[in-house]
Design a protein around this ligand. Sequence first.
Ligand SMILES: [Zn+2]
Length: 248
Amino acid sequence: MVKIFIDPGHGGSDPGATGNGLQEKTLTLQIALALRTILTNEYEGVTVLLSRTSDRTNAANNWGADFFLSIHINSGGGTGFESYIYPGVGAPTTTYQSEIHSEVIQAVDFSDRGKKTANFHVLRESSMPALLTENGFIDTVTDANKLKTSSFIQSLARGHANGLEQSFSLQKTSDSGVYKVQIGAFKVKANADNLASSAESKGFDAIVLLKDGLYKVQIGAFSSKDNADALAARAENAGFDAMVFLES
Ligand SMILES: [Zn+2]
């Protein structure tokens, strides 16, 4: 099992960089959630932990992550994508940087600012290979306009996923049946909608589906049962009543 720790840069009272009506903490969370969805839906043998706490690197260390990925948006004038590892860290971190960096550049229309090193706290304190990506400049209009579209956010996540696939030899799951995670079923649509928005507010991707005369609130669908169970456990921790069932 490969353990990928994703750190959506900033959060809470720390918005990170701001500009053009955007906040870095919101964008980094969007990219991180999209990346988690791709990795858990499409690959087997991978678990993802996402953290917003201030003690991010400690959480990754305690979890025994195989890789620490910190996602950021740049500011200060400029344009394009760049990535950072800790100075002098060597392989395999340098290999992971090359693979993920070039996959992101291939996936999105961003100029390549290069593979860099820096003595950043999150890179220094991680006991596992760690990479920090700077995904465009929030205070540059052309970059900000790209970051405002969800398809661009998806492509950024896809680029990171493609790189992680290479770095950790991740295998795509085969598609035989789908494990769905459901947190409620209602006769009244408004009740389902309420539960869905409460799930959304806690960071889940919720959809309402009408099936067999009931409005069902679903927060995920996976080909791997492990991933469905992991999401159900996360939902239970957040106070929801989650169940997993196989639909072929
Ligand atoms: Zn940042």
